[in-house]
Design a protein around this ligand. Structure first.
Ligand code: AMP
Length: 112
């Protein structure tokens, strides 16, 4: 399958990785929208949050464990925002589930 984030997770396409373990990796967004902008992804291909089931929810739960660790390592002591875009109305552009971590500045109140 030709998936950009699968290729990044396998190291076939370079990325600025900030975290990796057996099931998850995280790397800096190529077009950052905040001083800290990191994407956290499962290594297995899950197209979006819409595809999470009882069979693959453990990796999603693990992502939620890893996010605060990354935020701490990045020094986001004043807070941060976590976003996952799902589908067309949310403008999901890469169809491999990913959680944006945004921080390092006061973020706008408006989310849509
Ligand atoms: P979304 O619009 O939620 O699907 O987010 C996709 C994100 O992937 C965008 O913020 C892009 O800037 C980011 N992105 C696309 N290609 C790369 C890449 N090669 N390395 C890192 N981030 C990327």
């Amino acid at each position: 399958m030709d998936c950009l984030f699968c290729s990044i997770s396998r190291g076939e396409i370079p990325s600025a990785k900030v975290y990796e373990d057996d099931t998850v990796c995280a790397f800096r967004d190529i077009a950052p929208q905040a001083p800290v902008h990191i994407l956290v992804i499962p290594k297995q291909h899950i197209a979006s949050l819409d595809e999470v089931t009882a069979a693959n929810s453990a990796v999603t739960a693990h992502i939620l464990e890893v996010i605060p660790q990354i935020a701490k390592a990045e020094g986001l002591t004043r807070g941060y925002r976590v976003i996952t875009n799902v589908g067309e109305d949310a403008c999901q552009s890469v169809h491999h589930m990913h959680f944006h971590i945004l921080g390092g500045k006061k973020l706008p109140e408006q989310m849509s």
